[in-house]
Design a protein around this ligand. Structure first.
Ligand code: NAP
Length: 457
Protein backbone atom coordinates (compact mmCIF):
# COMPACT_ATOMS: atom_id res chain seq x y z
CA UNK A 1 0.00 0.00 0.00
CA UNK A 2 1.32 3.44 -0.92
CA UNK A 3 -0.08 6.24 1.21
CA UNK A 4 -0.13 9.90 0.30
CA UNK A 5 -0.43 12.22 3.32
CA UNK A 6 -0.71 15.97 3.52
CA UNK A 7 2.32 16.82 5.69
CA UNK A 8 0.85 20.19 6.62
CA UNK A 9 -2.16 18.57 8.33
CA UNK A 10 -1.26 14.91 8.80
CA UNK A 11 -4.42 13.90 6.87
CA UNK A 12 -4.35 10.92 4.54
CA UNK A 13 -5.02 12.04 0.98
CA UNK A 14 -5.15 8.67 -0.83
CA UNK A 15 -4.11 5.08 -0.37
CA UNK A 16 -3.20 3.20 -3.51
CA UNK A 17 -2.25 -0.43 -3.96
CA UNK A 18 1.40 -0.82 -4.84
CA UNK A 19 1.91 -2.43 -8.25
CA UNK A 20 2.44 -6.17 -7.93
CA UNK A 21 4.74 -8.33 -10.06
CA UNK A 22 2.19 -8.88 -12.82
CA UNK A 23 1.34 -5.17 -13.17
CA UNK A 24 5.05 -4.30 -13.17
CA UNK A 25 5.58 -6.86 -15.94
CA UNK A 26 2.71 -5.49 -18.07
CA UNK A 27 3.88 -1.94 -17.64
CA UNK A 28 7.53 -2.71 -18.39
CA UNK A 29 6.58 -4.63 -21.53
CA UNK A 30 4.42 -1.75 -22.74
CA UNK A 31 7.13 0.82 -21.98
CA UNK A 32 9.72 -1.27 -23.81
CA UNK A 33 7.56 -1.58 -26.92
CA UNK A 34 6.70 2.13 -26.84
CA UNK A 35 10.38 3.10 -26.71
CA UNK A 36 11.27 0.90 -29.68
CA UNK A 37 8.68 2.75 -31.79
CA UNK A 38 9.54 6.19 -30.41
CA UNK A 39 13.19 5.75 -31.35
CA UNK A 40 12.06 5.51 -35.00
CA UNK A 41 10.15 8.81 -34.87
CA UNK A 42 12.23 11.61 -36.46
CA UNK A 43 13.82 13.97 -33.98
CA UNK A 44 11.92 16.99 -35.34
CA UNK A 45 8.59 15.19 -34.70
CA UNK A 46 9.64 14.17 -31.21
CA UNK A 47 10.43 17.81 -30.52
CA UNK A 48 6.90 18.82 -31.52
CA UNK A 49 5.44 16.40 -28.94
CA UNK A 50 7.74 17.87 -26.30
CA UNK A 51 6.28 21.30 -27.05
CA UNK A 52 2.82 19.85 -26.44
CA UNK A 53 3.97 18.55 -23.06
CA UNK A 54 5.04 22.11 -22.23
CA UNK A 55 1.60 23.42 -23.26
CA UNK A 56 -0.15 20.75 -21.21
CA UNK A 57 1.93 21.69 -18.16
CA UNK A 58 0.97 25.35 -18.52
CA UNK A 59 -2.70 24.49 -18.98
CA UNK A 60 -2.79 22.25 -15.90
CA UNK A 61 -0.52 24.50 -13.85
CA UNK A 62 -2.92 25.22 -10.99
CA UNK A 63 -4.05 21.62 -10.53
CA UNK A 64 -0.52 20.26 -10.68
CA UNK A 65 0.76 22.88 -8.25
CA UNK A 66 -2.01 22.03 -5.82
CA UNK A 67 -1.11 18.34 -5.98
CA UNK A 68 2.56 19.15 -5.30
CA UNK A 69 1.71 21.32 -2.31
CA UNK A 70 -0.78 18.84 -0.88
CA UNK A 71 1.62 15.92 -1.11
CA UNK A 72 4.86 17.54 0.08
CA UNK A 73 4.00 20.82 1.75
CA UNK A 74 5.82 23.57 -0.17
CA UNK A 75 4.16 26.99 -0.57
CA UNK A 76 1.70 27.06 -3.48
CA UNK A 77 3.55 29.92 -5.22
CA UNK A 78 6.70 27.79 -5.26
CA UNK A 79 4.73 24.87 -6.73
CA UNK A 80 3.46 27.13 -9.51
CA UNK A 81 7.03 28.22 -10.26
CA UNK A 82 8.08 24.56 -10.32
CA UNK A 83 5.48 23.66 -12.96
CA UNK A 84 6.44 26.69 -15.07
CA UNK A 85 10.08 25.65 -14.95
CA UNK A 86 9.18 22.14 -16.15
CA UNK A 87 7.40 23.70 -19.15
CA UNK A 88 10.45 25.86 -19.89
CA UNK A 89 12.66 22.76 -19.82
CA UNK A 90 10.47 20.94 -22.35
CA UNK A 91 10.39 23.99 -24.63
CA UNK A 92 14.14 24.35 -24.32
CA UNK A 93 14.89 20.78 -25.42
CA UNK A 94 12.25 20.95 -28.16
CA UNK A 95 14.09 23.97 -29.57
CA UNK A 96 17.68 22.94 -28.94
CA UNK A 97 17.81 19.15 -29.42
CA UNK A 98 18.29 19.17 -33.21
CA UNK A 99 21.50 21.18 -32.93
CA UNK A 100 22.63 19.28 -29.84
CA UNK A 101 22.25 15.89 -31.51
CA UNK A 102 23.58 16.80 -34.95
CA UNK A 103 26.17 14.41 -36.36
CA UNK A 104 29.72 15.49 -35.56
CA UNK A 105 32.13 15.12 -38.45
CA UNK A 106 35.56 14.21 -37.08
CA UNK A 107 38.31 14.21 -39.72
CA UNK A 108 40.40 11.02 -39.71
CA UNK A 109 41.92 8.69 -42.29
CA UNK A 110 38.40 7.67 -43.48
CA UNK A 111 36.47 9.03 -46.43
CA UNK A 112 33.94 10.06 -43.82
CA UNK A 113 34.07 9.64 -40.06
CA UNK A 114 31.47 11.00 -37.70
CA UNK A 115 29.81 10.60 -34.34
CA UNK A 116 26.07 9.92 -34.43
CA UNK A 117 23.85 9.88 -31.34
CA UNK A 118 21.47 6.96 -30.80
CA UNK A 119 19.12 6.49 -27.84
CA UNK A 120 20.13 3.93 -25.22
CA UNK A 121 16.59 2.64 -24.62
CA UNK A 122 14.47 2.61 -21.48
CA UNK A 123 15.83 4.68 -18.60
CA UNK A 124 14.74 3.92 -15.04
CA UNK A 125 14.32 7.16 -13.08
CA UNK A 126 14.32 6.79 -9.29
CA UNK A 127 13.24 10.17 -7.96
CA UNK A 128 12.75 12.13 -4.73
CA UNK A 129 9.77 14.10 -3.43
CA UNK A 130 11.35 17.53 -2.88
CA UNK A 131 10.60 18.88 -6.38
CA UNK A 132 8.22 16.11 -7.36
CA UNK A 133 7.54 17.43 -10.86
CA UNK A 134 10.81 19.19 -11.63
CA UNK A 135 13.16 16.35 -10.64
CA UNK A 136 11.31 13.93 -12.90
CA UNK A 137 10.68 16.25 -15.82
CA UNK A 138 14.14 17.81 -15.84
CA UNK A 139 15.47 14.29 -16.46
CA UNK A 140 12.57 13.31 -18.75
CA UNK A 141 12.82 16.06 -21.38
CA UNK A 142 16.31 15.18 -22.67
CA UNK A 143 15.71 11.46 -22.23
CA UNK A 144 12.54 11.62 -24.35
CA UNK A 145 13.71 14.00 -27.04
CA UNK A 146 16.71 11.72 -27.57
CA UNK A 147 14.36 8.82 -28.39
CA UNK A 148 14.54 7.04 -25.05
CA UNK A 149 11.65 6.01 -22.78
CA UNK A 150 11.25 6.62 -19.07
CA UNK A 151 10.15 4.25 -16.31
CA UNK A 152 9.51 6.26 -13.17
CA UNK A 153 9.85 4.97 -9.63
CA UNK A 154 8.87 8.06 -7.72
CA UNK A 155 9.20 8.62 -3.97
CA UNK A 156 6.50 6.75 -2.07
CA UNK A 157 5.02 9.92 -0.52
CA UNK A 158 4.12 11.51 -3.89
CA UNK A 159 2.11 8.87 -5.81
CA UNK A 160 -0.40 11.43 -7.10
CA UNK A 161 2.42 13.47 -8.62
CA UNK A 162 3.76 10.30 -10.26
CA UNK A 163 0.40 9.46 -11.80
CA UNK A 164 -0.18 13.08 -12.86
CA UNK A 165 3.14 13.07 -14.77
CA UNK A 166 2.25 9.84 -16.54
CA UNK A 167 -1.21 11.15 -17.46
CA UNK A 168 -0.06 14.53 -18.72
CA UNK A 169 2.61 12.96 -20.95
CA UNK A 170 -0.01 10.68 -22.49
CA UNK A 171 -2.51 13.50 -22.99
CA UNK A 172 0.17 15.62 -24.65
CA UNK A 173 0.64 12.92 -27.30
CA UNK A 174 3.60 10.88 -26.11
CA UNK A 175 2.96 7.23 -27.01
CA UNK A 176 1.10 5.21 -24.42
CA UNK A 177 3.61 3.69 -22.00
CA UNK A 178 6.61 5.78 -23.09
CA UNK A 179 6.48 7.45 -19.67
CA UNK A 180 5.40 4.77 -17.23
CA UNK A 181 5.02 5.25 -13.49
CA UNK A 182 5.52 2.21 -11.28
CA UNK A 183 3.97 2.56 -7.86
CA UNK A 184 6.49 0.48 -5.96
CA UNK A 185 8.69 0.76 -2.91
CA UNK A 186 12.48 1.07 -2.93
CA UNK A 187 12.88 -2.70 -2.42
CA UNK A 188 11.81 -3.27 -6.06
CA UNK A 189 14.58 -1.09 -7.49
CA UNK A 190 17.44 -3.65 -7.72
CA UNK A 191 15.28 -6.08 -9.73
CA UNK A 192 14.17 -3.27 -12.03
CA UNK A 193 17.77 -2.24 -12.64
CA UNK A 194 18.68 -5.85 -13.44
CA UNK A 195 15.78 -6.23 -15.92
CA UNK A 196 17.10 -6.58 -19.48
CA UNK A 197 14.58 -4.04 -20.75
CA UNK A 198 16.11 -1.29 -18.63
CA UNK A 199 19.19 0.18 -20.30
CA UNK A 200 20.25 2.87 -17.83
CA UNK A 201 19.40 4.50 -14.52
CA UNK A 202 19.05 8.09 -13.41
CA UNK A 203 18.78 8.64 -9.68
CA UNK A 204 18.17 11.76 -7.65
CA UNK A 205 18.11 11.38 -3.90
CA UNK A 206 20.21 10.77 -0.85
CA UNK A 207 23.82 9.65 -0.90
CA UNK A 208 23.15 6.33 0.93
CA UNK A 209 20.44 5.34 -1.58
CA UNK A 210 22.77 6.45 -4.38
CA UNK A 211 25.40 4.00 -3.16
CA UNK A 212 22.89 1.10 -3.34
CA UNK A 213 21.72 2.10 -6.79
CA UNK A 214 25.28 2.52 -8.06
CA UNK A 215 26.11 -0.97 -6.76
CA UNK A 216 23.08 -2.52 -8.47
CA UNK A 217 23.72 -0.68 -11.73
CA UNK A 218 27.40 -1.61 -11.57
CA UNK A 219 26.49 -5.26 -11.13
CA UNK A 220 24.39 -5.12 -14.32
CA UNK A 221 26.87 -2.83 -16.11
CA UNK A 222 24.24 -0.18 -16.74
CA UNK A 223 24.94 3.48 -17.34
CA UNK A 224 23.94 5.66 -14.40
CA UNK A 225 23.65 9.32 -13.49
CA UNK A 226 23.57 10.07 -9.78
CA UNK A 227 22.36 13.40 -8.37
CA UNK A 228 22.86 13.10 -4.63
CA UNK A 229 23.00 15.20 -1.50
CA UNK A 230 24.85 18.42 -0.90
CA UNK A 231 26.06 20.79 1.78
CA UNK A 232 26.63 23.83 -0.38
CA UNK A 233 28.92 26.57 0.92
CA UNK A 234 27.89 30.22 0.58
CA UNK A 235 31.10 32.22 0.92
CA UNK A 236 30.82 35.89 1.87
CA UNK A 237 34.08 37.81 1.56
CA UNK A 238 34.67 41.08 3.36
CA UNK A 239 34.24 43.18 0.20
CA UNK A 240 30.82 41.68 -0.70
CA UNK A 241 27.57 43.65 -1.01
CA UNK A 242 26.42 42.46 2.38
CA UNK A 243 22.75 43.49 2.20
CA UNK A 244 22.21 41.77 -1.14
CA UNK A 245 24.22 38.73 -0.08
CA UNK A 246 22.13 38.36 3.09
CA UNK A 247 18.80 38.66 1.24
CA UNK A 248 19.81 36.05 -1.34
CA UNK A 249 21.34 33.87 1.38
CA UNK A 250 17.97 33.57 3.12
CA UNK A 251 16.29 32.63 -0.15
CA UNK A 252 19.08 30.15 -0.89
CA UNK A 253 18.59 28.41 2.45
CA UNK A 254 14.86 28.62 3.13
CA UNK A 255 13.17 28.22 -0.26
CA UNK A 256 11.40 24.88 -0.61
CA UNK A 257 11.39 24.88 3.21
CA UNK A 258 15.12 24.22 3.09
CA UNK A 259 14.63 20.88 1.33
CA UNK A 260 16.77 21.40 -1.72
CA UNK A 261 19.97 19.64 -2.68
CA UNK A 262 21.45 22.92 -3.89
CA UNK A 263 20.24 24.96 -0.94
CA UNK A 264 23.08 26.92 0.65
CA UNK A 265 23.67 25.10 3.92
CA UNK A 266 26.92 26.52 5.28
CA UNK A 267 27.36 30.30 5.33
CA UNK A 268 31.09 30.94 5.51
CA UNK A 269 31.64 34.58 6.33
CA UNK A 270 34.84 36.61 6.69
CA UNK A 271 35.19 37.85 10.25
CA UNK A 272 35.21 41.65 9.57
CA UNK A 273 31.69 41.55 8.04
CA UNK A 274 30.27 38.62 10.02
CA UNK A 275 28.23 40.67 12.53
CA UNK A 276 26.73 42.82 9.78
CA UNK A 277 25.90 39.77 7.64
CA UNK A 278 24.36 37.85 10.54
CA UNK A 279 22.21 40.83 11.55
CA UNK A 280 20.90 41.33 8.00
CA UNK A 281 20.41 37.56 7.55
CA UNK A 282 18.35 37.28 10.74
CA UNK A 283 16.27 40.30 9.77
CA UNK A 284 15.20 38.51 6.57
CA UNK A 285 14.61 35.21 8.37
CA UNK A 286 12.26 36.95 10.82
CA UNK A 287 10.13 38.02 7.85
CA UNK A 288 9.47 34.44 6.73
CA UNK A 289 5.80 33.52 7.05
CA UNK A 290 5.41 29.93 8.27
CA UNK A 291 1.85 28.87 7.59
CA UNK A 292 -0.55 26.71 5.60
CA UNK A 293 1.30 26.22 2.30
CA UNK A 294 -1.92 26.67 0.32
CA UNK A 295 -2.48 30.11 1.83
CA UNK A 296 -1.36 33.14 -0.20
CA UNK A 297 1.53 34.91 1.50
CA UNK A 298 3.06 31.79 3.09
CA UNK A 299 6.79 31.74 2.42
CA UNK A 300 7.72 28.65 4.42
CA UNK A 301 5.50 25.61 4.32
CA UNK A 302 5.57 22.29 6.09
CA UNK A 303 8.47 19.86 5.81
CA UNK A 304 7.59 16.80 3.76
CA UNK A 305 7.40 14.27 6.60
CA UNK A 306 7.55 14.39 10.39
CA UNK A 307 10.47 11.93 10.31
CA UNK A 308 12.51 14.46 8.29
CA UNK A 309 11.64 17.15 10.81
CA UNK A 310 12.89 14.91 13.63
CA UNK A 311 16.17 14.29 11.80
CA UNK A 312 16.70 18.03 11.39
CA UNK A 313 15.84 18.70 15.03
CA UNK A 314 18.41 16.12 16.15
CA UNK A 315 21.08 17.86 14.03
CA UNK A 316 20.16 21.29 15.42
CA UNK A 317 20.20 20.10 19.03
CA UNK A 318 23.49 18.27 18.56
CA UNK A 319 25.09 21.41 17.10
CA UNK A 320 23.93 23.52 20.06
CA UNK A 321 25.39 20.96 22.45
CA UNK A 322 28.65 21.10 20.50
CA UNK A 323 28.83 24.86 21.08
CA UNK A 324 26.85 26.57 18.30
CA UNK A 325 24.85 29.66 19.30
CA UNK A 326 21.15 29.46 18.48
CA UNK A 327 19.98 32.85 17.20
CA UNK A 328 16.51 32.00 15.90
CA UNK A 329 14.06 29.08 15.93
CA UNK A 330 15.42 25.66 16.80
CA UNK A 331 12.16 23.81 17.48
CA UNK A 332 9.33 21.97 15.75
CA UNK A 333 6.18 24.11 15.54
CA UNK A 334 3.57 22.55 17.88
CA UNK A 335 0.35 21.23 16.37
CA UNK A 336 -0.49 18.99 13.44
CA UNK A 337 1.81 19.11 10.44
CA UNK A 338 5.56 18.86 10.02
CA UNK A 339 6.40 22.55 10.48
CA UNK A 340 9.80 23.62 11.82
CA UNK A 341 10.81 27.07 12.97
CA UNK A 342 13.22 28.92 10.65
CA UNK A 343 16.49 28.35 12.47
CA UNK A 344 19.81 30.17 12.54
CA UNK A 345 22.91 28.71 14.20
CA UNK A 346 25.86 31.06 14.56
CA UNK A 347 29.47 30.39 15.57
CA UNK A 348 29.35 26.98 13.98
CA UNK A 349 32.60 25.15 13.48
CA UNK A 350 33.18 22.82 10.53
CA UNK A 351 33.23 19.71 12.72
CA UNK A 352 29.81 20.38 14.28
CA UNK A 353 26.90 18.20 13.20
CA UNK A 354 24.92 20.74 11.13
CA UNK A 355 28.07 21.71 9.23
CA UNK A 356 29.42 18.18 8.77
CA UNK A 357 26.17 16.52 7.67
CA UNK A 358 23.66 17.57 5.05
CA UNK A 359 20.77 19.43 6.72
CA UNK A 360 17.58 19.01 4.70
CA UNK A 361 15.28 21.62 6.19
CA UNK A 362 15.01 25.24 7.36
CA UNK A 363 18.21 25.59 9.41
CA UNK A 364 21.21 27.76 8.52
CA UNK A 365 24.74 27.20 9.84
CA UNK A 366 26.99 30.28 9.99
CA UNK A 367 30.73 29.70 10.16
CA UNK A 368 32.96 32.71 10.77
CA UNK A 369 36.42 32.56 9.17
CA UNK A 370 39.62 34.64 9.28
CA UNK A 371 40.13 35.15 5.55
CA UNK A 372 39.47 33.85 2.04
CA UNK A 373 42.02 31.05 2.41
CA UNK A 374 40.25 29.67 5.45
CA UNK A 375 36.89 30.13 3.67
CA UNK A 376 38.11 27.92 0.83
CA UNK A 377 39.44 25.31 3.23
CA UNK A 378 36.11 25.15 5.07
CA UNK A 379 34.09 25.20 1.83
CA UNK A 380 36.00 22.20 0.48
CA UNK A 381 36.14 20.39 3.83
CA UNK A 382 33.03 18.31 3.17
CA UNK A 383 32.31 14.98 1.52
CA UNK A 384 29.89 16.77 -0.83
CA UNK A 385 30.49 18.81 -3.98
CA UNK A 386 27.25 19.96 -5.56
CA UNK A 387 26.86 23.77 -5.76
CA UNK A 388 28.65 26.74 -4.18
CA UNK A 389 28.27 30.51 -4.07
CA UNK A 390 30.96 33.16 -3.75
CA UNK A 391 30.11 36.75 -2.84
CA UNK A 392 32.64 39.49 -3.50
CA UNK A 393 32.81 42.70 -5.55
CA UNK A 394 36.26 41.73 -6.87
CA UNK A 395 35.39 39.62 -9.91
CA UNK A 396 38.98 38.61 -10.66
CA UNK A 397 39.33 37.27 -7.17
CA UNK A 398 35.96 35.53 -7.54
CA UNK A 399 37.08 33.87 -10.78
CA UNK A 400 40.25 32.58 -9.11
CA UNK A 401 38.35 31.31 -6.09
CA UNK A 402 35.64 29.68 -8.24
CA UNK A 403 38.29 27.51 -9.91
CA UNK A 404 39.45 26.27 -6.51
CA UNK A 405 36.04 25.34 -5.06
CA UNK A 406 35.27 21.59 -5.32
CA UNK A 407 31.76 21.65 -6.76
CA UNK A 408 29.70 20.91 -9.87
CA UNK A 409 28.73 24.58 -10.12
CA UNK A 410 29.91 27.86 -8.60
CA UNK A 411 27.71 30.94 -8.75
CA UNK A 412 29.38 34.32 -8.18
CA UNK A 413 27.11 36.94 -6.61
CA UNK A 414 23.97 34.94 -7.37
CA UNK A 415 21.56 32.28 -6.20
CA UNK A 416 22.64 28.74 -7.10
CA UNK A 417 19.86 27.39 -9.32
CA UNK A 418 19.38 24.84 -12.06
CA UNK A 419 18.83 26.15 -15.58
CA UNK A 420 17.86 23.97 -18.58
CA UNK A 421 20.63 25.62 -20.63
CA UNK A 422 23.44 24.80 -18.20
CA UNK A 423 24.75 21.43 -17.03
CA UNK A 424 23.85 20.46 -13.49
CA UNK A 425 25.41 17.86 -11.22
CA UNK A 426 27.99 17.15 -8.58
CA UNK A 427 31.29 15.57 -7.67
CA UNK A 428 32.45 13.55 -4.64
CA UNK A 429 29.53 12.25 -2.53
CA UNK A 430 27.14 14.49 -4.50
CA UNK A 431 27.25 12.05 -7.39
CA UNK A 432 28.38 11.94 -10.99
CA UNK A 433 27.13 12.62 -14.46
CA UNK A 434 25.23 15.70 -15.56
CA UNK A 435 21.65 16.69 -16.17
CA UNK A 436 20.39 19.61 -18.27
CA UNK A 437 22.27 21.41 -21.04
CA UNK A 438 23.83 19.42 -23.88
CA UNK A 439 25.85 17.29 -21.49
CA UNK A 440 22.62 16.15 -19.81
CA UNK A 441 21.14 15.13 -23.16
CA UNK A 442 24.22 13.16 -24.15
CA UNK A 443 24.25 11.09 -20.93
CA UNK A 444 21.64 8.66 -22.24
CA UNK A 445 22.73 8.62 -25.89
CA UNK A 446 25.13 6.18 -27.48
CA UNK A 447 27.82 8.33 -29.09
CA UNK A 448 28.45 5.99 -31.99
CA UNK A 449 31.47 6.34 -34.29
CA UNK A 450 30.65 5.62 -37.94
CA UNK A 451 33.71 5.15 -40.13
CA UNK A 452 33.28 4.93 -43.89
CA UNK A 453 36.06 3.79 -46.18
CA UNK A 454 38.01 3.63 -48.23
CA UNK A 455 40.76 4.92 -46.01
CA UNK A 456 42.50 7.91 -47.45
CA UNK A 457 46.17 7.55 -48.19
P1 NAP B 1 15.93 9.11 -0.74
O1 NAP B 1 15.50 8.55 0.54
O2 NAP B 1 17.24 8.70 -1.29
O3 NAP B 1 14.76 8.73 -1.79
C1 NAP B 1 14.83 9.10 -3.13
C2 NAP B 1 14.25 7.99 -3.99
O4 NAP B 1 15.03 6.81 -3.87
C3 NAP B 1 12.83 7.59 -3.59
O5 NAP B 1 12.13 7.23 -4.75
C4 NAP B 1 13.07 6.38 -2.70
O6 NAP B 1 11.96 5.50 -2.66
C5 NAP B 1 14.25 5.73 -3.39
N1 NAP B 1 15.12 4.95 -2.51
C6 NAP B 1 15.38 5.16 -1.19
N2 NAP B 1 16.27 4.25 -0.75
C7 NAP B 1 16.58 3.45 -1.80
C8 NAP B 1 17.44 2.33 -1.98
N3 NAP B 1 18.18 1.83 -1.00
N4 NAP B 1 17.49 1.74 -3.20
C9 NAP B 1 16.77 2.22 -4.21
N5 NAP B 1 15.92 3.28 -4.12
C10 NAP B 1 15.84 3.90 -2.93
O7 NAP B 1 15.99 10.68 -0.75
P2 NAP B 1 14.90 11.69 -0.20
O8 NAP B 1 14.94 11.75 1.26
O9 NAP B 1 13.59 11.39 -0.84
O10 NAP B 1 15.44 13.06 -0.85
C11 NAP B 1 16.35 13.87 -0.20
C12 NAP B 1 17.77 13.65 -0.68
O11 NAP B 1 17.84 13.80 -2.10
C13 NAP B 1 18.72 14.66 -0.13
O12 NAP B 1 19.92 14.03 0.24
C14 NAP B 1 18.96 15.62 -1.29
O13 NAP B 1 20.12 16.35 -1.21
C15 NAP B 1 18.89 14.69 -2.44
N6 NAP B 1 18.56 15.43 -3.67
C16 NAP B 1 19.53 15.59 -4.60
C17 NAP B 1 19.27 16.33 -5.75
C18 NAP B 1 20.31 16.55 -6.81
O14 NAP B 1 19.96 16.96 -7.92
N7 NAP B 1 21.58 16.32 -6.54
C19 NAP B 1 18.00 16.87 -5.93
C20 NAP B 1 17.05 16.67 -4.94
C21 NAP B 1 17.34 15.92 -3.83
P3 NAP B 1 10.93 5.49 -1.42
O15 NAP B 1 10.32 6.85 -1.34
O16 NAP B 1 9.96 4.44 -1.80
O17 NAP B 1 11.75 5.16 -0.20
Amino acid sequence: MIVSRNPATGETLVRVDAHDASIIEQRLARAHAAQKNWAQVPLCDRAVVLQRVAQELRQLKDDLARTITLEMGKPFAESIAEVEKCAWNFDHYADAATAMLADEIVPSGASDSRIVHDPLGLVLAVMPWNYPLWQVLRAAAPILVGGNGLVLKHASNVPQCALAIEALCRRAGLPDGLVTALLVGAERVPALIADDRISAVTFTGSTPAGRSIAAAAGQSLKKQVLELGGSDPFIVLADAEIETAAAIAVKARFQNTGQSCIAAKRFIVEQPVADRFVEAFCEHVRKLVVDDPLKAGTTQGSMARTSLREELDVQVRASIQEGARLLLGGRPVPGPGAFYEPTVLDHMRPEMTAAREETFGPAAAIIRVRDADEALLVANGTPFGLGAAVWTTDLDRAARLARKVDAGAVFVNGLVASDPRLPFGGIKASGYGRELGRLGLLEFMNAKTVWTGPARA
